[in-house]
Design a binder for this molecule. Structure first.
Ligand code: ARG
Length: 460
């Protein structure tokens, strides 16, 4: 067993059981925190030096040692040892090898409990800024697609049954809104993540004249934590990230599902670019939407990670418990899954081609203008409920005749209501869309405004 672990076990008479060592070690996954760990150790050592808790020379020796360990890790020269349990002990142990006993002063006024909480917050802050960047890119891809297809009309659906015509841009902007709320949620999460735990010690604070504000500034934290017990045992920020990520994945999975449907022969509204489609090992004609399917499928593991950490945290007594080490793998997996999904999916959206003719045709079929006919009667004085019933009968008649509403003669209309006149034939898919001109509706004027506003919001 490596020297530092031996010295930590001075009160024991036996070495740790091998299986226990395997079971409790975390370096196989927390090695991802090496940069954050070294950064927080450097800030801590400098603070100790400034405060005269260790000498300035000792601080500089420690800092130089840490910097060279970072280089070793980055070049792949440092073999991480599971017997050293986690990334923190691996780095500290290497520091002893490099600078000797003065390395033992780094852990003054610090515990692995406030150390790991600090590292995780640094990691989460970086992840958050990347997440927001990727979400912005995704929104940009949606907006570009909406703008290049500003005139395209599709059927809007409820219950996955054709309902009323809408502009494709309006439909895409619905997703823009969802991702806008996601961006805001991650921004909100950042406010609560941006708090420095270091200086809380193991649980009760530390008996040295430390300067926590200085460390916070060095590491770029907006504030310091107010309660040492809370600081070492709180993982809300990880749960919040995962909750926000779950919502984003849910939004992505809905869009994924629509792209899967729309690219099928049954819909045929869009075609996925060859570079974003996959083939079948047996059916040569296949062009499969695997990227969208995986985005939909990976939503499951992101939800799973959220449930796992919520369950791990439930009923944990204050303050630190080893259970908290379970905060990492699911979190890293969620960050990786969300980032790769946003990145690849944005490319799929950017390269999507739209079959405007096919979508326009579908938008006019299946009696999608029935509501407009009811509204027509309302404008001529009928109460809406009565108009609804009249048009319902008209639709049943048309279905029986295997005709569209436009194909029925005026006499058929007038046999159901004397309010119908020749002008009923001026109701078209386009007039239906134009009419929905209240704020938030699909009329071209409203959608043009919404596109402009969306562009501005991306600039913010
Ligand atoms: N690897 C540990 C974790 O991730 C570091 C903190 C260990 N602290 C302790 N008291 N055992 O939680």
């Amino acid at each position: 067993m490596a020297g530092i672990m031996k010295s930590l076990r001075s009160r024991f008479q036996k070495e740790a059981n091998k299986a226990v060592e395997n079971y409790t070690a975390s370096v196989s996954f927390d090695h991802r925190l090496y940069r954050q760990d070294i950064a927080s150790s450097i800030a801590h050592a400098r603070m100790l030096g400034r405060q005269g808790i260790i000498t300035a020379e000792e601080a500089e020796l420690i800092v130089a040692g840490l910097i060279s360990i970072r280089e070793e890790i980055e070049c792949g020269d440092l073999k991480l040892d599971q017997a050293l349990e986690d990334i923190h002990m691996n780095i500290e142990s290497r520091l002893f090898e490099k600078i000797g006993d003065v390395a033992g002063k780094l852990h003054t006024a610090r515990s692995r409990n406030d150390q790991v909480a600090t590292d995780m917050r640094l990691f989460a802050k970086e992840a958050l800024s990347e997440t927001v960047k990727l979400l912005r890119e995704f929104q940009r891809a949606l907006l570009d697609l909406a703008e290049t297809n500003a005139e395209v009309i599709i059927p809007g659906y409820t219950h996955l049954q054709r309902a009323q015509p809408v502009l494709l841009a309006h439909h895409l902007l619905a997703y823009f809104e969802m991702f806008q709320r996601d961006v805001e949620r991650f921004g909100d999460c950042l406010k609560r993540t941006d708090v420095l735990p270091l200086g809380s010690g193991a649980l009760a604070g530390v008996p040295y004249p430390i300067d926590r504000e200085w460390i916070a500034r060095e590491l770029g934290f907006g504030q310091i934590s107010s309660n040492s017990l809370d600081a070492v045992s709180d993982r809300d920020f990880i749960i919040e990230y995962q909750a926000a990520a779950s919502l984003t994945m849910m939004h992505l999975s809905r869009l994924a599902e629509e792209i899967i449907l729309w690219s099928s022969a049954e819909f045929g509204f869009v075609e996925i670019d060859d570079a974003y489609a996959t083939s079948s090992s047996i059916m040569p004609q296949k062009k499969n939407p695997d990227v969208a399917e995986l985005a939909r499928g990976k939503t499951g593991r992101v939800y799973g990670n959220l449930l796992a950490i919520l369950t791990t945290m439930k009923s944990l007594p204050l303050a630190y418990n080893k259970d908290l080490q379970e905060d990492k793998e699911g979190f890293f997996d969620t960050v990786d899954t969300l980032h790769s999904t946003l990145g690849v999916f944005a490319g799929l959206v950017r390269t999507l081609s739209v079959n405007a003719g096919r979508a326009r045709r579908a938008a006019g079929e299946s009696y999608t203008l029935a509501t407009d006919l009811a509204d027509y009667l309302v404008k001529k004085g009928a109460p809406f409920r009565e108009a609804h019933s009249i048009v319902g009968k008209l639709v049943r008649h048309a279905v029986n005749q295997e005709k569209s509403l436009q194909e029925l003669p005026l006499a058929d209309y007038q046999s159901l209501s004397p309010l119908f006149g020749e002008d009923v034939y001026s109701i078209t898919v386009e007039s239906s869309i134009d009419a929905r001109d209240a704020p938030g509706g699909t009329a071209p004027r409203q959608v043009a405004r919404a596109l402009k506003r969306a562009r501005e919001r991306l600039q913010e």
